[in-house]
Design a protein around this ligand. Sequence first.
Ligand SMILES: *[C@@H]1O[C@H](CO)[C@@H](O)[C@H](O)[C@H]1NC(C)=O
Length: 410
Amino acid sequence: MLIRQGVLIAFCFCLTVIVGREEQSQFNDATPYTIMFGPDKCGNIYKVHFIIRHRNPLTGMYEEKHARQPDTDLSDYFTDHNPHLYTLNLYPDNTFEILIDQTLINNGSLLEDMDPPVMPPREIEDPEDTKPFNWDDRRRIPDPTVTKPDDWDEEAPRLIPDPTVFKPASWIEDQEPFIPDPEAQAPHDWSEEMDGEWEAPLIANPACSHAAGCGPWKPPMVPNPAYKGKWKPPMIDNPNYQGKWQPRMIPNHAYFEDTQPFRMSPVSAVGFELWSLTGDVLFDNILLCDDLMIARRWTEDTWGQRQRPGIVERLLFATGKRPWLWGVYVFTVGLPIILFISFMWPDKRFGPSDQDYYYKKIDEPQPDSPQDPEVNTSFTDNGPSNSTSLRKREANKAQKKSDLELKVFK
Ligand SMILES: *[C@@H]1O[C@H](CO)[C@@H](O)[C@H](O)[C@H]1NC(C)=O
C-alpha cells in the first residue's frame, strides 16, 4: 500500500473497507474500516497510525488493534513542508512495515505488536477468587523478641541549647536592639483617621552600640547527644511470609485462536478521514496492491522522480534547522579546495618555469571505454504517455494474483 501526500498539517488517512458487499453509493463516514493508516498530527504529537479492525470469531464483534508507535521522532516529516511518501507493507506471515520516504520507521508482527493483542490471553485471573483474610504478605516484620531498652528516652529533644556557650558580659538584656527614632516627626498631612496611628521608624538603639548585643540572649541550639527518637524494633524476615497474593488463573472463555490476522475483511473502497484546521493539506497517488514490485516501480515513477536532485539539496535543507552545519561544510568541502588550489596551482614564480614538463600532459592517450550497457532496461518504456497503460496492465496482473481480494482504485 502506498500513499503519497503533500504538505501535511493535521489529518488522518484511512483505508476504509466495506464489510459485506454494500453498494459504493452507501460508502460514508460510518462505514466500518478494515485498515486505518496514515499520518496524524495533534498538537505536538506526531504519529503514523496503523490500526486494523479485527473480527472476534467468538462474538463476531470487531475490535480495533493499534500498532505500537515507534520511538523515533517523526516531527520532521510533519514540519518540513515537503511531500512525503507513506507506505504500509503487510506480509502474509503477519508482519508489517511502515515506511516514510522509503525509510523504515516501524515494523512488527500483527500477532505480537498490536495493542490490545489480536488474540486474547489463554488464561485470566479468576474474578471469583479473593484474598484469604489471614494471608500474610508482609515480607519483613518488626522483631517480636526485641523490646525497648529501659534507658531509651523517647522524649529527649533533638536539639538543645549549646551548653558550652555563655552570654557575653557586655550583652544588655533590658535594652531593645531597635527603638523608634526619637527625632522622627509625623508628616504634616498625616491624618490619624485616614492613615491610622503614626509610628516612628525604627533605628538601631544607640545604647547598644558598644554592647555585644541587646534584647533577650539565647544560646545557639546544637544536636542533643542524648537524643534517640522514637524506639523501633529491628525488622526481620517474616517467617510466615506467603508471598504476594494472586488470584488463581482460569481458562479464558473469551479465548480464541487466530494465527492469521493478516486475513482481514476484504477491502472494497478507499476513503479519507480528514480533520484539519489548516489549509494546504494535499495528497495524491494512492496505491493499494498485493505486489511489492508494482508498488516499488510505481514509487519510482512518481515520488522517485522528485527525489533525484538528492544529496546537495538535502545538505542545504539540513542547514535550515542547524545553521552550524555551514561551518562543517566549509571545513569539509571548502577548506580542502582552498588548500588544493593553493598547493597545486602551478605558480611560475616559484616553480622551475624553465622546464617544459610543467604544462605537458604526461598521460598516454587512453582509448574510450566501451558504452555502458543500459541499466534500467525495464523502465525504458515508461514515458509519461504510456505509463498509465503500463500501470493498468500491471494492476490487472496483480488483481488476478490477489489472494486478498485487494483492488486498485484510481
Ligand atoms: C523489524 O526490523 C528489524 C530491522 O530490520 C528486524 O531485525 C526485525 O526482525 C523486524 N521485525 C519484524 C517483526 O519483522
